[in-house]
Design a protein around this ligand. Structure first.
Ligand code: MLT
Length: 262
């Protein structure tokens, strides 16, 4: 983690046990709006925009998961947070796993939402590198359009505000940010051993109809973690926090209550 971290934009609400909510690709901390509002009654909820996303800086380059983890650790240092519960959605989960590799002592618990521990196979890597080039050459519109079709449970109305707001969010992400994150994800290592050695409790949340991270992959991941609870959310795809905000919040709330009490 030698490259220089950037100063992340982050929202913060509430007080108590620190909880960090990390978004996936190519979103921003706003996807956690419902959970932030609910959990801030009992916890100190910190919601960064990862580099290249939302209101955080989007430098040119490759955003390795290590570098993004370093950004988050630097943010927590600046806010005087030594240990926290990290909850990572998809790419935010990959960032969480990178942070676990480098700074396991900074964790009180881990939430892994619609994510998995495997490195990309070679063809997926090539596809990411190609998509990064296309984003820089022609913008992020094609990527947003191709993702929107598979992000949600099939029954969800494509014209709903939930879908449209995520579509706008993706379309508003800068090309440098999209390219940097795609290249970084292509580079990421396997994290199976990191999770097998996890020393704190974990919560694994899967959308029952996730077409990006299949629920059985998430369930298998949960089975490899020494102390993990697996929750499958019905009527949700890859975005359970916006598709089924109450069920997602309830799962997080139960997990955090257990951590806070013990
Ligand atoms: C995400 O939601 O962060 C992405 O789907 C992750 C990925 O492309 O692997």
């Amino acid at each position: 983690m030698s490259e220089t971290p950037v100063q992340l934009h982050a929202d913060e609400h509430g007080s108590g046990l620190p909880v960090v909510l990390l978004h996936g690709f190519p979103f921003s901390g706003t996807i956690w709006q419902a959970q932030t509002a609910a959990l801030a009654a009992d916890y100190r909820v910190i919601v960064p925009d990862l580099r290249g996303h939302g209101h955080s800086p989007a430098p040119a380059g490759t955003y390795t998961m290590d570098l993004m983890a370093h950004d988050v650790l630097t943010l927590l240092d600046a806010r005087g947070v030594d240990r926290a519960v990290w909850v990572g959605h998809s790419m935010g989960g990959y960032v969480t796993m990178a942070a676990l590799r480098h700074a396991p002592e900074r964790f009180l618990g881990v939430g892994l939402v619609a994510t998995h521990p495997h490195a990309d196979p070679p063809e997926k890597r090539l596809q990411r590198i190609q998509s990064a080039r296309i984003a820089l050459e022609t913008g992020v519109g094609d990527l947003a359009m191709s993702m929107i079709g598979i992000l949600f449970a099939p029954e969800l109305d494509r014209q709903s505000e939930t879908v449209q707001s995520v579509y706008r969010l993706m379309g508003g992400t800068l090309a440098e940010g999209v390219a940097g994150a795609l290249r970084g994800m292509a580079d990421r290592p396997d994290s199976v051993e990191t999770l097998a050695a996890l020393h704190v409790p974990a919560l694994v949340i899967a959308g029952e109809q996730d077409r990006i991270v299949a629920p059985d992959v998430a369930e298998t991941m949960a089975a490899t973690i020494p102390d993990a609870t697996f929750v499958s959310i019905p009527n949700a795809g890859h975005m359970p926090m916006v598709e089924q905000p109450t069920a997602t919040t309830d799962a997080l709330r139960g997990f955090l209550a257990r951590l806070a009490s013990g």
